[in-house]
Design a protein around this ligand. Structure first.
Ligand code: USQ
Length: 396
């Protein structure tokens, strides 16, 4: 297949690009390199040294003989160029990762809220409108988030996107299928909830074929392909805005920094290893919905864990201390979470679960590159409200 990977320079986009290229697909990366600009804005850098996208593509070609095609394009701002690109290249599938993906960054200030909404919603809508206008029947695979559901615990598992409800009508009860109600916990998660409505409309109105992947928190760093060469290594974020919880704990353990648990650590979240994440994209690509079908929704996660359990487990493994800190986020202090993920399992996903060996692998990477860590960037200081921002501890 000819596949466009929008956001192919990012944390999930890059390993996905390599995985699909390795499978023999012709892969084009469309990216505005915004993640690299945000690093500059925040004054942080990936723990792992990251080469330019052009250099990464060159190394991949040298190693495998396969070409990756990079196109510098801003999906949210360059609608006409995007349309022209689609008309010229006519991809069979478009994988859409091109959104600002950090909840704390999206809550930093009014400017960051506006940027996140403008960028994410426009990127998604521009893609959908351009596909309809150009008449290209590409399968759209979008990276959504488990966070659209809001991690609620009603005792029943969260289904894969849709909920069967019964509505009281004058003629008795009528069955209806609805999108599972959204309850986003940040501006970032809210944009992914808005994406869902855009997808629903374009599938029903224009017959676009769309798969939305509600992904949990990714951990780990290597895939089979990123470990093939030092210069293919994936990015790894540890800072308070972009670092995700488990990867942050692993890095904190490696540098002797107390593990930064927010509140009581009673938040239960869904997790997936990066190599399962790229495999799920492959599986989703192989099972596109038909034109006229509803949006296909998968829950892309393999296990759930409570934040404090993760911290205690890593502390046990590494001897790190655990710090229970004021929570900068507005979120339920404790929740249970049960999630259905039968669809990917039935397509053949064999989950990589948390194992000491794999955790150790990340700690090893952290140790190798620890000279690149700026300890002052470890605390999470973006507050969900002004009061919460004022209450955070800048150095536990
Ligand atoms: N947390 C801590 N200590 C930390 C960092 C986080 O206790 O040092 C807690 C947070 O308060 C939260 C939980 O860990 O309760 C998860 O935080 P996170 O930063 O790992 O994850 P989140 O903000 O939800 O976002 C990440 C990705 C996002 C993706 C989402 C999937 O950045 O792109 O969509 O995970 S999910 O969480 O399932 O919605």
């Amino acid at each position: 297949m000819k596949i466009a990977v929008l956001g192919g320079d990012g944390f999930v986009g890059w390993p996905t690009t390599l995985h699909l290229s390795d499978l023999g697909h012709e892969v084009h990366i469309l990216d505005n390199l915004s993640r690299r600009w945000i690093d500059t804005e925040l004054g942080v850098q990936s723990l792992t040294p990251m080469d330019s996208i052009q250099e990464r593509c060159r190394i991949w070609h040298e190693l495998t003989g396969r070409r990756l095609h990079f196109h510098l394009l801003d999906l949210a701002k360059e609608f006409e160029r995007l349309k022209a690109w689609l008309v010229e290249h006519r991809p069979d599938a478009v994988i859409h990762f091109a959104e600002q993906r950090a909840a704390p960054y999206s809550m930093k200030s009014d400017r960051h809220k506006v940027y996140t909404v403008d960028n994410n919603v426009s990127a998604t809508h521009n893609l959908l409108a351009a596909l309809v206008e150009s008449g290209i029947d590409a399968h759209v695979v979008h990276l959504g988030t488990m966070g659209v559901y809001g991690y609620s615990s009603v005792g029943a598992p969260i289904p894969e996107g849709y909920l069967d409800v019964e509505i009281d009508t004058p003629d008795g009860k009528k069955a209806q299928e609805i999108l599972y109600p959204t309850r986003p916990g940040s501006i970032y998660h809210m944009t992914k909830s808005l994406d869902q409505i855009l997808f629903q409309f374009y599938a029903q109105n224009d017959g676009l074929r769309i798969t939305d992947l509600h992904q949990g928190i990714v951990w780990g760093t290597h895939t089979e392909q990123t470990r093939m060469h030092d210069q293919l290594i994936n990015r790894f974020d540890y800072d308070g805005d972009y670092g995700t919880v488990l990867n942050r704990f692993l890095i904190q353990a490696a540098i002797g920094y107390p593990l930064t648990v927010h509140g009581t650590g009673g938040q239960t979240r869904a997790f997936i290893h990066i190599r399962d994440s790229v495999r799920c994209i492959e599986l989703a690509l192989a099972s596109p919905p038909a034109a006229g079908d509803r949006v296909e929704i998968f829950n892309q996660m393999t296990e759930t864990h409570r934040v404090r359990d993760l911290a205690e487990m890593i502390a046990g493994l590494t001897g790190a201390k655990v710090a229970y800190l004021p929570n900068p986020r507005k979120e339920a202090p404790e929740n249970d979470l049960i999630v259905e993920n039968a669809k990917f399992l039935s397509l053949g996903l064999e989950p990589t679960t948390l194992q000491a060996g794999l955790l150790e692998e990340v700690v090893e990477i952290a140790r190798k590159y620890k000279h690149r860590i700026d300890r002052s960037r470890v605390p999470a200081v973006s507050g969900w409200t002004r009061d919460l921002a004022a209450s955070v501890e800048r150095d536990p």
